[in-house]
Design a protein. Structure first.
Length: 394
């Protein structure tokens, strides 16, 4: 069913990096969401009125808010697909995140409204009526929401859309809330115990939590995320695969929407190679990064010593000392100014983000102390910095 819809309504559906194709996916997802949620709203509202159930009615209006969310998502996707212009040279892709943020506030508002209604039902409970037709409507809505969760997750992964993945999570939350509602109705029918207000309370809290989760997921790219390990590996492997590139460091990625990223990286090149030759390699890598990864990459060249054995041995000694002090540290941009009375060692030390200023200072003193034990002539000129790459989640 999903593949049929994609093949029918998304032209060139395999080209998921293409902005137009991605927009078509977003429009399809929003349209399906609007249709299904309006259908569920009508069915659940009817069931809620017949059953006199606040939890069912709350669930119905949750679906109405989901439909409104899909409308906003539709508008956001269309606006985000606008090309770059003079005032917005990086395009309008972040509008998609802003649209998702608006959706999150709508979801939280619905949850808060029914939180108040649930408290009222707890204080003044009303009898529920059991009707098999209404129960079947709720069971059907569970099946529809499960399909919508699978639909949005599959398309979201295909086009790497945070909004669609958040929508899938929201749909799974709806499955949980509707299932809880069905449970409260059945309990009243078979035992006479009315827990409708309490279930409505749980439904409202779940809806509010879903809104907060969507807000968190959409705020991260707006604020600025660390580079994911997958992107880091893809970019560094591409750059380092070219002959004439010794190593890389300091990868920074700026996100201007799901299909547009700008990045900068430092590439180490041999200092004895003609600068024009190295520059030609850099230009070729930047062009290939745009074609293969869809990233506008700017590369800074760092000339490094590759043939001087004394410099390389000293660098290896420094790396060994630093690993011995703390296995989480690493260095780059190593240079050495050799002299008879004094040897200047110039390098950058990368420390984890969790290391505070006082710990960095103590590490710096420890490194100087340990290196001067190796050779009293060593004078260290260090820059302590932190990585822009996110830690892998365990």
């Amino acid at each position: 069913m999903i593949d049929f819809l994609v093949h029918r309504f998304v032209k060139n559906y395999e080209q998921t990096e293409n902005a137009r194709v991605r927009t078509a996916y977003g429009v399809l997802g929003s349209t399906i969401g609007i249709f299904c949620n309006l259908l569920l709203f009508a069915g659940k509202l009817t069931a809620g009125l017949l059953l006199h159930s606040i939890s069912v009615t709350a669930d119905a209006f949750n679906n109405l808010s989901d439909a409104a969310s899909s409308v906003i998502g539709f508008i956001g996707v269309k606006m985000a697909s606008k090309p770059a212009d003079q005032n917005h040279p990086f395009g309008h892709g972040r509008i998609e995140y802003i649209a998702a943020l608006i959706v999150s506030f709508l979801v939280m508002e619905v949850g808060f409204t029914f939180l108040k209604s649930a408290f009222e039902k707890i204080r003044n409970p009303q009898d529920l009526s059991f009707q098999m037709l209404s129960l079947l409507v709720l069971l059907a809505s569970v099946a529809v929401k499960l399909w919508m969760a699978y639909f949005n997750r599959k398309l979201g992964k295909r086009i790497r859309s945070k909004v669609m993945l958040a929508t899938a999570t929201d749909a799974l939350g709806d499955v949980c809330t509707t299932t809880a509602t069905i449970g409260s109705i059945c309990m009243f029918h078979f035992t006479g115990v009315n827990i409708d207000g309490y279930v409505g309370l749980v439904v409202a809290l779940i809806v509010m939590w879903a809104g907060l989760s969507i807000a968190r997921d959409t705020l991260e790219p707006l604020i600025g995320e660390a580079v994911s390990p997958e992107v880091y590996q893809a970019v560094t492997e591409l750059v380092e695969s070219y002959e004439g590139i010794v190593g890389t460091h300091d990868l920074i990625v700026h996100n201007y929407g799901p299909t547009r990223s700008l990045a900068s990286i430092h590439a180490e090149v041999p200092n004895d190679v003609d600068i024009q030759a190295s520059h030609e390699i850099i230009d070729r890598i930047e062009r290939d990064a745009a074609k293969k990864l869809g990233i506008f990459l700017v590369i800074h060249m760092d000339p490094v010593e590759t043939h001087d054995e004394h410099v390389n041995e000293t660098k290896a000694r420094v790396e060994e000392v630093i690993r011995r002090i703390d296995g989480e540290l690493s260095i780059h941009d190593f240079r050495m100014v050799d002299g008879r009375e004094q040897v200047n060692l110039i390098f950058d030390v990368v420390v984890p983000f969790s290391y505070q200023e006082d710990r960095q200072q103590s590490l710096q003193l420890k490194i100087i102390e340990e290196l001067q034990r190796e050779d009293s002539r060593y004078q260290c000129i260090m820059t302590m910095e932190k990585s822009y790459v996110a830690e892998e989640r365990k």
